[in-house]
Design a protein around this ligand. Structure first.
Ligand SMILES: [Zn+2]
Length: 158
């Protein structure tokens, strides 16, 4: 488990299922070689927890990946972060990873790492569908989890 798995805010608000979603994202970040993972919210005085502006952030050496800060719960922020990490990545099985249960990322799509995949390319190369199973994001294959490569980290830094 990386350091800083939970920001102080994450323990405050925990609707059903949120803990699992947060843990699943934390495990995923760790499996991708992340050094830190944090969950929090922007607005201390929001009228409801849903309006607090939840965010999740993962960190690699010098690289931060964020969910954005407009999410209604910690779990939603963590799902968004996991999707950013998984959609358009390369699974260890060689296929493109995606969280879309229909097996594609959608139409022409530019991934987090700046790669562009047309629908045709997605179909040719194959898509490995990842889904969250309780506290774990699991690939649709038996290949062990991968870490981000040095080249991918460099591209993330921009
Ligand atoms: Zn796979």
């Amino acid at each position: 488990m990386p350091d800083n798995v939970f920001g102080p805010a994450a323990n405050v608000y925990d609707p059903d299922g949120d803990r699992e979603r947060v843990l699943a994202c934390a495990h995923l970040v760790e499996r991708c070689g992340g050094a830190a993972f944090e969950v929090g919210y922007l607005h201390e005085d929001a009228p409801t927890p849903e309006q607090a502006g939840w965010w999740a952030v993962a960190q690699w050496a010098g690289v931060k990946l964020t969910s954005g800060s407009d999410h209604p719960s910690p779990g939603a922020a963590c799902d968004a972060l996991a999707q950013r990490l998984l959609d358009g990545g390369q699974c260890r099985c060689g296929k493109i990873s995606s969280t879309n249960p229909r097996g594609v990322m959608g139409g022409d799509r530019t991934t987090l790492l700046g790669e562009k995949f047309t629908l045709k390319q997605q179909q040719e190369r194959g898509v490995c569908v990842w889904r969250r199973d309780g506290e774990q994001w699991k690939p649709g294959c038996d290949a062990p989890p991968r870490r981000l490569t040095a080249a991918e980290l460099k591209r993330l830094r921009g």
